[in-house]
Every structure is written in C-alpha cells, then in structure tokens.
Design a binder for this molecule. Sequence first.
Ligand SMILES: *Cc1c(COP(=O)(O)O)cnc(C)c1O
Length: 422
Amino acid sequence: MDYFEYKDDELYCEDVPVSKIVRKTKTPVYIYSYRTLERHYRVFNDAFKEIPHTVCYSCKANSNIAILKVMGRFGGGADIVSQGELYRALKAKIPPNKIVFSGVGKTKDEIKAAIAAKILMINIESEAELHMIADIGSTMKVTVPVSIRVNPQIDPKTHPYITTGLKKNKFGIVWEDALKLYREIKGMEYLSPIGISSHIGSQILELSPFIEAVRSLKKMAESLSEMGINVKYLDLGGGLGITYNDELPPHPDEYAKVIGKELKNTGLHIILEPGRVLVGNSGILVTRLLYVKTSPGKVFYIVDGAMNDLIRPSLYGAYHQIIPVQKKNGKDGFVKVDVVGPVCESGDFFAKDREMPVVKAGALLAIKGSGAYGFSMSSNYNSRRRVPEVLVRGKEFFVIKKRETFKDLIKGESIPYFLEAD
Ligand SMILES: *Cc1c(COP(=O)(O)O)cnc(C)c1O
C-alpha cells in the first residue's frame, strides 16, 4: 500500500501531481511520500508491539537526512555501516542509544567516533576487529558495548549479491568461533558483550530463513548464558522483502508473529534493522522519455535517467514497474520495448522486453519501488550530476536534496602546477 495513485489519468504522489513537481525540479528526480513512510514504519513497528524491541532503520537504504529525520520522528533508531552514516544519523538527531554499527571493515577512526558518540553497540564481524575495538576502548578508557555478528549459515533464497548469511559470504562469524570469542570477551575489561547479531540477506520473501536465524541466535544466547554471559539484545538484522512486481512477501505482522513465538518468555530485547521494507515502495524515480529508437526487431525507449541514478536493474537484474505519469487509458496500445538510459554501457537499462504503453518523446515515466537502494547507490558516472530528491506530504512538497551543479561535479579536483602552464 502506497500513496502513488492516478487521479483523472494523472499520477499523484499523495495530493500533488507528479508533473507539478517535475515542472519545478526537472527530470530525473526522486520523489518520496511521507505518508507512505509513516504507514510503513507504523505497520512494521506496531507488528512487534508485544515484544520489547527497537527498530534501527538501515540507513544505507536511503540516507537523506530528511528521511532519517522521518524515521527518528516515529521513534526509530539507526543501523549504520560507516562514519558517514553515523554523521548523518546524529545530524538527524537519532538518539545515540538507538544506533548500532555493522560492517566488516570498520576503521580505527570509525570505531573511535562510534565510541565517542556513545552508540548502543558495535557489531563485531571478526576476531581482528574485536581486538582493535578492545585496544581503542582501553586507550579511551571506555567499556564498549558490543555484540558479535554471527553467520548462521542460512540460505535466504534471494539474489546471490544480497545474500549475507552463507559460509562463503564475508559477513559475520561462524557459530563455534563466535562462542570462542564471547568467552574471550568475558575476560576483557573494555568490552561488554550485550548482544548477538545477525543479518542474513535482503529482499527475503519467505519466513523460514528468519525462523531458522532466530532459533540459531536464541540457541547462542542460551549457550552464552551457560558461560555466564547474559546478553540483553538479539539483533535480527533486516532483509524483509517487498513487492516490486508480483512478489508476495510476508506481512510484517506474520514476521513479528513467528519471531515473537520463538522468543516468548526469554526476556530478550530485539533489535530490527529494516531498510527496504520501510522505504522501497515509498519512492519513485521520474524520468523523461527523450527518444523512441527503432532498430531491427527492437524498440528502445531512451530516457534521461540512467544506471548511475538507479543501479538495481543493472546490478541485480532487478525488476521495477515503470508507469506513465500521464495515463492515456492505453488508448494507443502497447509495445514491447527496452527502457534504457544515456550512459555508455550496455548494462544501462531499466527494463528489457517490457510491454509498455505507447508514449511519445517528452512523456514522463515513473519507475516505482525506487525508495530503497536508489539514490543511496547513485554515482556521478559519465559525469552525470546526481539528481534531486523531493519529499511530499499531503498537498506540499519539499526539495530535500538539490540537483548537483556542474561545479559540484569537479568539487575538490585540482590541476597540478605543471599542467596549469599548458
Ligand atoms: C543492508 C543491511 C540491512 C537492511 O537490509 P534490508 O534488506 O534493506 O532490510 C540491515 N542490516 C545490515 C547489517 C545490513 O547490512
């Protein structure tokens, strides 16, 4: 359920015609719906109301500070994976005691910054990192709250690039090693083991991998308890999938129900790190059709958006619905097309062999489900300026990030003196 709907054949985001926003911002542009964000957050959070929990929004899905502020406003914390995300989360006034830090390659500076900010916990992903954190804690004379990210070796049955809980993945620590490290932490002055973490993958469409993961973590908590370590938090990560096309992901209520059942009477506080499920269907990327190009056996819709703006189709072969902003009632019929961008790569496409309404050059197209891993994965490839982002609330809309200027493109670059002379 989202708030992108047609009224009189015109696509609206809440109460604002998409074309009205485009008149101001031009294309391409990301448009997010506040009401959809609110609805998704509330549905997700309310699902867990019977269980002590904290929702730590996974910032990397969409890290615009206005979006983080929205999450914070509803009571959300943040799951961060870099110092940059820590900076953003703090700027958005997310309470530090609701911030968790994941990632396999945290640098010394990043760890120091996280400790200084007094975040809830750091999720350790290797033995070497454990020792690094302990050393820093000792230098700073701070006992650092930590959890170990265990790799429960569960197949989430999703795209290989977004699977993270298998043995061959770089994430987390396998069961036996994790136990060994907890034992080690127990004797350390500057580390306090307060939780166990995991994150098994993304765009997961079945409940069984989550059930397996939570059982595995629960078992770990029991083993730790026998060792005299009583953790308070179980961090279940994110990963709940969404509908891009015809997927039928579990409803957050079903997800919460199975987790609640596993954790009944354990007294554990759970941490959830949803990303995609909160923001994915809260955003669209609007692009303009530049040219219709026909070559033997093929029709191309060449649009002004490209893989640098939204890389999911190129990177994962991901499917996104593409709909016209002005619906012509299918009056002009349909045509099978490839929707492609201007970037000089054959991988630069949004759709392949897709039945699309016949539209003319100049038409606006909305690429749905672009709120997660859209702008946050965008780049300046081909020296394309990053596009603006707009947040709609009711009848109002706000540019929450301006389109980059050409000057922004070369910001920080300089020419050495020996080249200046030429
Ligand atoms: C990416 C990530 C998430 C969020 O994943 P979604 O599929 O967007 O919910 C949560 N936790 C960690 C550690 C992550 O890396």
